[in-house]
Design a protein around this ligand. Structure first.
Ligand code: AKG
Ligand code: FE2
Length: 195
């Protein structure tokens, strides 16, 4: 018996995921990237990261009350408040990770820690586009979408719990039928701690 390979069909999100384009202005994007670059990026992974609110332990794959760093910086707090005002989060996000992806870098397939983080995961994209791939754990079904700068990706329900998400570690993506070289991308992922 031959098993049909599931093809990635572009511009398709898993159920319970949505993208809000141009959620911030280009000026806000520049200010956020400037703020992140003015602080210290951590080199603990292949890609650089910055943690806010609570530190996430990549080896143990958890964030705990003991890992508290402090309140979110004002700039991130303001964005979190806006997400609550817009009904994206029911309560203020209190944990944020900034990820930096240079061309060739990605993030392997994962479901964000279920015991640690609440039911809504939001990723704000800055600077340059890249593809995100989704895979339904139960069936292997694949979907993919291009995350554009200044857009917000909201994962909840099935998209948050039943599908993995990943960014392939490569140097270009096919966008609107054209192969586009990647630039530096920075993302900010907002979460609520589950305790
Ligand atoms: O870079 C992104 O948009 C996603 C980051 C992510 O999946 C995570 O931090 O858990
Ligand atoms: Fe994630």
């Amino acid at each position: 018996m031959t098993v049909a390979r599931t093809e990635i069909s572009d511009v398709r999100l898993p159920p319970d995921a949505r993208v809000i384009p141009e959620w911030i202005s280009p000026a806000e994007e520049t200010a956020l990237a400037g703020y992140l670059d003015a602080g210290e990026w951590s080199g603990e992974l292949r890609r650089r990261v910055r943690h806010f609110g609570y530190r996430y332990d990549y080896r143990a794959r958890i964030a705990t009350p003991q890992s508290r760093i402090g309140p979110l910086p004002d700039m991130l707090q303001r964005l979190g408040r806006r997400m609550v005002e817009e009904g994206i989060f029911a309560s203020l996000p209190d944990q944020v990770i900034a990820n930096e992806y240079l061309p060739g870098q990605g993030i392997s397939a994962h479901v964000d820690c279920e015991p640690c983080f609440g039911d809504v995961i939001v990723s704000l994209s800055l600077l340059s586009p890249c593809q995100m791939q989704f895979r339904r754990v139960e069936t292997g079904e694949k979907r993919a979408v291009i995350l554009r700068p200044r857009s917000l990706l909201v994962l909840e329900g099935a998209a948050r719990h039943d599908w993995t998400h990943a960014i392939p570690a490569r140097r270009s993506d096919r966008i609107d039928g054209v192969q586009v070289m990647r630039g530096r991308r920075v993302s900010l992922t907002f979460r609520t701690m589950r305790f």
